[in-house]
Design a protein around this ligand. Structure first.
Ligand code: BTN
Length: 335
């Protein structure tokens, strides 16, 4: 079942009324009168609202009262108080799916879905970089964003790097903790991976038709469980969960903030203003200045990580001189 705000208008109407009147009991008749829907429809919506994880107290003679909100990243929760112009204003939620990337890829063909976000409660076939699987149990934030950028094709490789910077801004804002960025797209806390980005680009001639940005955030996952499933993965360096930073933050707060930061960074990229992105990424980078080893399609390269170029390529230096690494898996050799 895929949820969006458009095909759940009745439910959202009842829910919003309960949310804005959560200090009192509201009778089925009152809700029916105020919202102009039948009592049966009110009852059906309340049942569904409860199934979605909202706690609604129901008392005979008094009626219904909303006690707590759902922790699911439901579309109407994401869009409520979302301060973006476009990104995330169309939101979709699935309880479980193979991969949000698959949904997003199909939906990206429709230009109406520019800026749409697809979120899943869990993924059964989550995709990571370099063809790896991405362990996506309940409790994490697994989402894909569809974009039709104006920027040049050469900026595509900087885009996931810029997106990881957007997520680090959002984490900083919401959790008051500055994560580090590991080249190319990892977001880390105390040296462990808290999030990763994956981009699929659909190109036509020399133009980007659309981009699908996949973001995986270990928001509230069982670290030991995830690490157990990943321990044989090459270059695995451990997992961290944001829940350890703060017990109270709701996932929807981070999602909204991330979408806002992403929209700002996306505007910079569309305006070809990449300098700020590169310098801010560099400030937060745990890679620059370290001795690194990178596995690329052409074998392994070692050297000192000097900087990233305009297109996000990592420049390393060794006895042979400087070289640019466009893509690969990195291991930090020095502390
Ligand atoms: C990485 O390997 O670091 C990138 C991981 C990206 C995972 C996200 S979760 C949401 C989206 N759907 C997927 O199947 N993968 C991306």
């Amino acid at each position: 079942m895929i949820y969006n705000s458009f095909n759940n208008a009745g439910l959202v109407k009842v829910l919003t009324f309960l949310q804005t009147h959560n200090t009192e009991y509201l009778s089925g008749q009152d809700l029916s009168d105020v919202l102009h829907i039948s009592r049966v429809a009110v009852w059906k919506h309340i049942k569904k609202i409860q199934e979605l994880g909202y706690v609604v107290e129901s008392k005979q003679k008094l009626g219904y009262k909303l006690v707590s909100n759902s922790e699911l990243l439901l579309p109407w929760e994401v869009t409520a108080e979302l301060k973006t112009k476009t990104i995330g204003q169309r939101a979709f939620y699935l309880d479980s799916t193979d991969s949000t990337q698959n949904w997003a890829l199909k939906m990206a063909e429709d230009s109406e879905n520019d800026g749409a976000v697809i979120i899943a409660g869990k993924q059964t076939g989550g995709k990571g970089r370099s063809g790896r699987r991405w362990v996506s149990p309940k409790g994490g934030i697994w989402m894909s964003v569809i974009l039709r950028p104006k920027f040049d094709i050469s900026v595509t490789t900087l885009f996931p790097i810029a997106s990881s910077l957007a997520l680090s801004y959002a984490i900083e804002r919401i959790f008051k903790e500055t994560p580090e960025l590991k080249w190319p797209n990892d977001v880390t806390i105390k040296g462990k991976k808290v999030a990763g980005m994956l981009v699929y680009a659909s190109l036509e001639s020399n133009r980007i038709e659309n981009l699908v940005l996949g973001i995986g955030i270990n928001f509230d996952v069982d670290v030991k469980q995830v690490e157990k499933s990943l321990k044989n993965t090459p270059n695995f360096y451990g997992v961290a969960t944001l829940r350890d930073l703060n017990q109270k933050i709701r996932p929807v707060q981070l999602v909204r903030q991330f979408l806002l930061e992403l929209e700002k960074i996306y505007a910079l990229l569309n305006g070809q203003k990449t300098k700020e992105i590169i310098s801010e990424w560099t400030k937060r980078s745990s890679t620059i200045g370290k001795e690194v080893e990178i596995s690329t399609l052409n074998g392994k390269a070692r050297g000192m990580a000097l900087r990233i170029d305009e297109d996000g390529a990592l420049v390393i230096s060794n006895k042979k001189g400087n070289s640019r690494i466009v893509a690969g898996d990195i291991v930090h050799l020095s502390k």
